[in-house]
Design a protein around this ligand. Structure first.
Ligand code: ATP
Length: 582
């Protein structure tokens, strides 16, 4: 178990236990129903000395029949209610992990991989309880109960049944686990490839069309789809064969029980009326054993889903495995020190960041400026603690950012370009990443970023679904939604990963102003290509080829560097400069 499952299981153990108990009762009622039905049929076939002799089994049949349905329904309700709560918490947890890592993820993972994590991996974990733990627990309890009942009548026959039913309870699940492992591996691999291909194709549809190579893409996509389908067919045919053999084994078991109970009644150890009861009850008992194989064969899927979520959440080779506890680093003003930090992606590549040093006081505003490939994002990753410096150290309040672990999302948030608006209510979109935020807090954040009026005009205000409202949010307004999310998360450090890219200069200016105003007091690290807004920053670090080419305040650089003055003149048109001064 890990941090994905343990907190949910701890929090919802009562709901899960209730679901398990109700499902078990449903199975016991099903067994009781068939047992009493068998008894009733046999009893009714005999000459009734007293009608009351069959009245009790009639009532029992009715009771078991009714309660079986009731327990089934209640069990499903309890399990789905709990599982859906767990699922939504796991999704919020995934978002919490991903959102501050947006910088790193954008450079390392394709959208398809994230999509596949959101859809497949989280849902596999949802199945862990419904399709594996619950059927396994019920199956094993019914197995023990059935053997105990048989042992009560005939110990030797019970021992034979222990071994025979082990075929269904142990051997079949093990064979399924071994056989299915490699099929599932291949299915998972090709499905992830499909996701990646598809998202690439959707995001780059225009480029595919322009290059005239759409047929080539379609052929490759169909080939991948066929491979996946073939694997799925292999899985389904294995399942069919396995289930057929299981039914044959159950049939043999019924015959065995009829012979045994016939012999027992012959010797007088069992009433003849119980022969049919024993023969029938095995059908419902076997109902609990058959799903065991399917339950166990899913184990590799859970392992893989957990491994992939772990991989996305904590990028393997760069992430330190040690982390400090949440008590060790309370949320609050943060001083960041970057001391002679160097980093390269591979031992033979050029330095992406070389010997950079910085000191940021709480609430300082740093602009990382430079051309594409200058090393700005790499330095932001190093500050964030995603990448481990090859030399030097980055500390936050004296503690290496490498060691922040689960504290990282409490300290940092990232406002990136093109934030995604999810297909849920506007309110949920605002509170994503801070689910504990109240409605009033969300409204206050929306007011602060200047969205309140716009949201109020929507058909259902804050409860309007995003697919209805999505079209009316412009690029700048979507960025404001992301800004409101950041405000609600209230972390002391915010990394701005070119949030205004693609906006026209006037909107860009207005949005930047809004960002700087609303995030006043927080430490800002702003990754940018150009100098609009640079005059509002406390410190500017101009990077080139991984090195800090120049740094200082805007005024210092304007005075001391003719290059900076020229770039500023180019980037910030006179018209805008005038408006800044005014
Ligand atoms: N994941 C990676 N693996 C290998 N090299 C990388 C990786 N990411 C970046 N680099 C290289 O490191 C150098 C610095 O890249 P970085 O992304 O930090 O620059 P940047 O200034 O942020 O560029 P941009 O503004 O285009 O994002 C570049 O030469 C780039 O090719």
């Amino acid at each position: 178990m890990n941090e994905w499952l343990t907190p949910s299981l701890k929090k919802h153990w009562r709901g899960l236990l209730l679901a398990a108990v109700l499902s078990l009762f449903a199975l016991l009622c099903a067994a009781g129903l068939l047992f009493t039905s068998g008894y009733l049929i046999s009893k009714a076939a005999l000459r009734p000395e007293n009608i009351l002799m069959i009245y009790v089994p009639i009532v029992a049949v009715r009771t078991f029949g009714t309660f079986r349905a009731v327990f089934n329904y209640a069990g499903r309700l309890a399990s789905h209610n709990t599982i859906l709560k767990i699922l939504s918490e796991m999704r919020a947890h995934l978002y919490e992990k991903l959102e501050p890592s947006a910088l790193y993820i954008r450079s390392k993972y394709k959208t398809g991989k994230i999509l596949s994590a959101l859809s497949d991996d989280i849902e596999h974990l949802q199945d862990l309880f419904l399709r594996t733990i619950l059927p396994c627990c019920c199956g094993l309890i019914i197995y023990a109960a059935w053997i105990a009942v048989l042992g009560f009548f005939d110990l030797r026959f019970a021992c034979v049944m222990v071994l025979y039913l082990m075929l269904l309870v142990v051997a079949f699940p093990l064979v399924s686990l071994i056989r299915m492992r490699h099929h599932y591996q291949r299915i998972a691999r090709s499905r992830h490839e499909l996701y990646e291909q598809l998202t690439d194709a959707v995001l780059g549809a225009a480029d595919w069309m322009m290059s005239g190579r759409q047929n080539q893409f379609l052929r490759h996509y169909e080939q991948l789809e066929n491979e996946t389908r073939q694997e799925e067919r292999a899985v389904s045919s294995f399942r069919k064969r396995r289930d057929f053999i299981a039914q044959v084994l159950i049939g043999i078991c019924v015959i065995g029980l009829v012979v045994w109970s016939g012999n027992m009644s012959h010797t007088g150890a069992l009433q003849p009326t119980l022969i049919a009861a024993f023969a029938l009850v095995i059908f419902s008992v076997a109902e609990a054993f058959v799903p065991l194989s399917e339950a166990v064969e899913r184990v590799p899927q859970y392992e893989r889903a957990l491994a992939r979520l772990k991989e996305i959440e904590a990028p393997a080779q760069h992430e330190s495995h040690r982390s400090c506890t949440s008590q060790a680093l309370p949320k609050g003003p943060s001083t960041i020190d970057v001391s002679h930090v160097s980093f390269r992606y591979t031992p033979n590549s050029d330095w992406a960041v070389h010997d950079v040093s910085l000191h940021l006081k709480p609430g300082a505003k740093l602009a990382l400026i430079g051309r594409s490939g200058a090393g700005k994002s790499t330095l932001a990753h190093l500050i964030y603690g995603n990448l481990k410096p090859d030399a030097g150290e980055v500390t936050l309040n004296g503690l290496s950012t490498q060691l922040l672990g689960s504290n990282r999302s409490r300290q940092f948030s990232v406002l990136s370009q093109n934030p995604h608006l999810f297909d849920t209510s506007v309110l949920n979109n605002l509170t994503l990443g801070s689910p504990e935020a109240t409605f009033d807090e969300a409204v206050a954040a929306a007011k602060e970023v200047g969205l309140h009026q716009l949201i109020e005009q929507l058909p259902n205000g804050y409860h309007t679904q995003m697919h209805e409202a999505g079209a009316i949010f412009s690029g700048g307004e979507q960025e404001r939604v992301a800004l409101a999310r950041t405000l609600l998360r209230d972390t002391p450090v915010v990394i701005l990963d070119e949030p205004t890219v693609g906006l026209d200069p006037i909107t860009e200016r207005a949005l930047l102003q809004k960002i700087f105003d609303t995030l006043e007091g927080k430490t800002l690290i702003w990754v940018t290509h150009h100098l609009i807004g640079a005059e509002q920053m406390d410190h500017i670090l101009f990077m080139e080829h991984g090195r800090a080419m120049m740094q200082g305040t805007h005024e210092q650089l304007l005075q001391n560097s003719s290059r900076y003055s020229k770039l500023y003149a180019l980037d910030v048109p006179v018209r805008l400069r005038k408006s800044i001064i005014e």
